[in-house]
Design a protein around this ligand. Structure first.
Ligand code: ATR
Length: 277
């Protein structure tokens, strides 16, 4: 029986097993999906052992996506190559092939949660870590015309901006310190909250909620309840958490592994997500 897994550190809180197992079951495929907590220093050695242990594929989450990009035998997906990030691996004849399904997951979630069929033109990202990297690179390559990258550590925003320019020269990219994010807001059609703030109770807000006009849609990658989202919801902003994105990126991984279209209804139920409105 093929084994699948989620590799992360930590991975205890993940909803991916419920979602993927529901998908396998719906298609009558017998396969397992487990969570593997792998500390960064053990990553390369553990990953190299997985094919021999019967793993046919896996997902990769924080903080290992860039490490997995380096560790694949072949980076097979265009998006993974551009973003330097792999969240989906498939094993073929003992070799590992890496893909990134995060960007398409965000695009589909924007359509589902906000009714956005086209990529919003002008986008502001708070954060420049793994989540911002995959989402902003995908957006720049698929229709965004101007991207603002606001990060606490300016150098990380500058490095990401440079890579986006190399991969999507038609998109203008502006790195800036997180404290200056409110200055960019009037120039943007959407805000992506990609810092890890909100994961832990008591975290401060990345920027003050009152600097965000009520009409601006906000997409937050933190899918646990957060003070930032609560404040925005109280103000009446259209707000999306990362749950729909988790479903959509997982469905894309499922299709890469099995070659079958992912059974959305069952996987959505397995995730415990809301039903389609
Ligand atoms: P992910 O893969 O979820 O994006 P990550 O790569 O660890 O996780 O990135 C976390 C992001 O949250 C980074 O942009 C980080 O900013 P730095 O690059 O300056 O580290 C941001 N972040 C984390 N803690 C923060 C804090 N207390 N204030 C502001 N930004 C923070």
């Amino acid at each position: 029986m093929p084994r699948y897994a989620l590799l992360g550190w930590p991975v205890g809180h993940s909803r991916s097993p419920g979602m993927q197992l529901a998908g396998f079951q719906a298609l009558g495929l017998s396969a397992t999906y487990e969570c593997l907590a792998i500390p960064p220093e053990e990553f390369s050695a553990r990953v190299a052992e997985l094919p021999a242990q019967g793993f046919a594929g896996w997902n990769v989450t924080v903080p290992h996506k860039e490490r997995m990009f380096q560790a694949c035998h072949q980076v097979a997906g265009e998006e993974a190559r551009a973003a330097h990030s792999v969240n989906t691996v498939v094993v073929r004849e003992g070799k590992t092939y890496g893909y990134s399904t995060d960007g398409i997951g965000v695009a589909r979630a924007l359509e589902h949660d906000f009714g956005m069929k086209a990529m919003p033109s002008r986008q502001l990202y708070l954060g420049a870590g793994g989540a911002a990297q995959a989402a902003a690179m995908y957006a720049a390559r698929h229709g965004a015309t101007e991207i603002f990258l606001a990060n606490r550590t300016l150098e990380k925003a500058q490095a990401l901006a440079q890579r986006i320019r190399e991969n999507a020269p038609q998109c203008q990219v502006h790195p800036l310190p997180l404290s200056q994010a409110p200055d960019a807001i009037p120039h943007c059609d959407i805000l992506f909250q990609c810092t890890s703030l909100g994961l832990h109770p008591g975290d401060p807000l990345p920027i003050p909620a009152e600097t965000i006009p009520k009409s601006l849609p906000v997409f937050d990658f933190v899918y646990t309840p957060s003070a930032f989202r609560e404040a925005l919801q109280r103000r009446g902003n259209p707000v999306s958490d990362g749950l729909e994105m988790l479903l959509q990126q997982g469905m894309e991984s499922f299709q890469i592994w099995t070659g079958h279209p992912a059974p959305e209804k069952e996987m959505r139920q397995g995730l415990g997500a809301r039903t389609t409105p």
